[in-house]
Structures are given as C-alpha cells and as structure tokens.
Write a protein that binds this ligand. Sequence first.
Ligand code: FMN
Length: 339
Amino acid sequence: MSGFTITPDNPWLAPLAGYSDLPFRLLAKRYGCAVRCSEMVSAKGMAFKNSGTRRLIATCPEDDPMILQLFGSEPQFFGPVMEKLVSMGYRNFDLNAGCPVRKVLKSGSGVQLMQDLDKLVEIAAIMVEKAAAHPEGGRVGVKFRLGFEKGEEVFLDLARRLEGAGVDWLTLHPRYGKQMFAGKANWEKLAELKRAVSLPVIGSGDLYTAEDGVRCLEETGVDAIMFARGALFDPSIFARFIALRRGEPMVPRDGAFLAGIVREHIRLTREFEGDGRSFRKIRSIIPRYAKGLKGIRALRASLLQCTDWEALEAAASVIAGLEPADPSDEEPAVDVICE
Ligand SMILES: Cc1cc2nc3c(=O)[nH]c(=O)nc-3n(C[C@H](O)[C@H](O)[C@H](O)COP(=O)(O)O)c2cc1C
C-alpha cells in the first residue's frame, strides 16, 4: 500500500457502508478517484474474526491507495486489530466518528463517540501509534460530524485534540449526528475547521455533482473533497470533477456512456467477488446508473428476471439505447439508505 497526496485535484471516494467495496473502489479509480475509503469495519468484529469482515477488508494492489475505515467504541480492541492489519500490509486508516445509525450508536460507536471525546481521542491515538509501525509509515484520519446534536458542537475542540494526537487528516461531514441526512450540510463549518487547524481537511456533505465539488473547494478552502452519494449515482463524477477543474469538456452522460460504466462494474464484481450475493447486489445497483434515462422501470423488471451473469450483462446492455427522460416524469432510480 502506497501513500497519497492530499490536494484539491485528488478527489476521494467516501466510506459507504454496503457500497464502497473492492469492485466499486476499482470502478471509481477507473474514473480518476485518487483515494478510496473502504466500508466501515467493526474493530470488535475483526478482533473476534467475524467472518463478514474478510470481505469488507478485501483489497488488491490495484486498489492502492485505499483507506480502511474502522468503527468501534472499545479502545482495547483497536491495538491488536491495528497490529494485525499493519502486519497484513494495510497502511492507511480512518476512524468513523460520524455514523448516526441506531445499530452503531447502540454500541457507543460512530457519532456517539462525539459525546466522549476522551475516548475518541484515545482510540485515534492508539491507531496512530500502531499505524506508525508500518515500514513506510502508516497514516490515520478521523471522520466526524459537527457534534452529536445541535447545541453540542464539539468539532473544533475535537479537531485540535486530534491534531495533538498525531492524526494525519480530518474529514468533516458538517451535520449533527441526530440530524442524520436532513437539512443541508453546513459548508461554512468546513471553512471554520480549515481555519482552526493546520492538518489537511477533507470536505464531505451534499456533493452530488462535480460542480458541487468544485464549489465546495472554492467556498471553504478545504484541502480535498470526498464524493459519497454523488459517486453512487455517477461513478464518473471524479472524471467530471477533474475536467471541470481543468476547464476541459465533460463527456456527455448518455445511454452509451452509462452502459460502459455498468459493463465495467459488472466485470469488476464478477472478477473480484463473483458469488450469488454480489450478483444480487449489482443487479439492484444497475438501475441507479440509468437515472435520467427513460425506461428504468422496465430495465429493473428485466434485470430481476436474470439469474446468471451473462443474462445480466445482456439485460444491462439495453441502457446504451435508452433516451434521456423528461425531467418531469423521471422516476427515482433508487433509495439510498444512509450511513
Ligand atoms: C449509503 C451510505 C453509507 C455510508 N457509510 C458510511 C461509512 O461506512 N462510514 C462513514 O464514515 N460515512 C458513511 N457514510 C457517509 C458518507 O461518507 C458521507 O459523509 C455522507 O454521505 C455525506 O456526503 P454526501 O452528502 O455527498 O452523500 C455513508 C453514507 C451513505 C449515503
């Protein structure tokens, strides 16, 4: 695993539970994504060798540089798990202190950690210490929100403490935990964070298009941006962002282009996972890429009939011939369940 440079022209793929798996990270890389985060992995689950974690940490040389995101609330699990991961060659890590879903909060993890900054910083410090054992020097970031809930805005205090603990970068999704995904991400808080610390700051939150990414950089001065839901709907968002930054034209998002994305995602899924579970997953993801085209309902129905990879590829190839939808009659392509 190699290092990476944090600059505005190097867009990141956010950690996305259920989605930022190895095939999707490789897909994002094809389209210019510079740094890619894994799905969140339970430190406790890893400590107990939970069978599901093997799939979550799967990587390959082409996946480099990837960042492995851990979540948990019990500091004692992080030391041994980090030692194991570093011995396996993992070099870049992130601590999840932003996830607001009930299951994660119940274990005291995710954004719940923002109510116990001592523990949060203790875990981050353990990760920093253990990552340093990587022969080329490991790196650790922390991803957090503004605070657990409105009135508990601790992100600046936390950021300064993490800087003191030797963390390498900070990622802020500027909403409160209790807010989940409601309202708007407050980008002014990204600018505040950037002014408050000398560490690199990665901006996350409401970056749905390449234009949002460029605007966020310009308005907030953050060091880099991270696409999340924007990448789920359009993995080529990274290339669009880079083109926009360079003042170059963007490739049109027509049926033929989108069919190419789908073909590549199916190919990568087959190559790196290829089992029944990944088949069902990619089958449900494909209609999302056709957002903005006519006939998604029929496409979804025909995909659901498919029971093998060849049939799936054939059914998905129809996307190449789909016409743009009338914006007024466009049906939502998918519900994305969050964090
Ligand atoms: C489906 C989904 C899964 C997510 N999983 C994680 C996760 O595992 N770890 C994490 O730190 N954030 C996770 N997030 C939060 C995103 O990384 C990102 O911060 C958030 O979606 C805001 O960015 P956006 O508005 O551009 O989507 C997830 C978000 C979504 C939508």
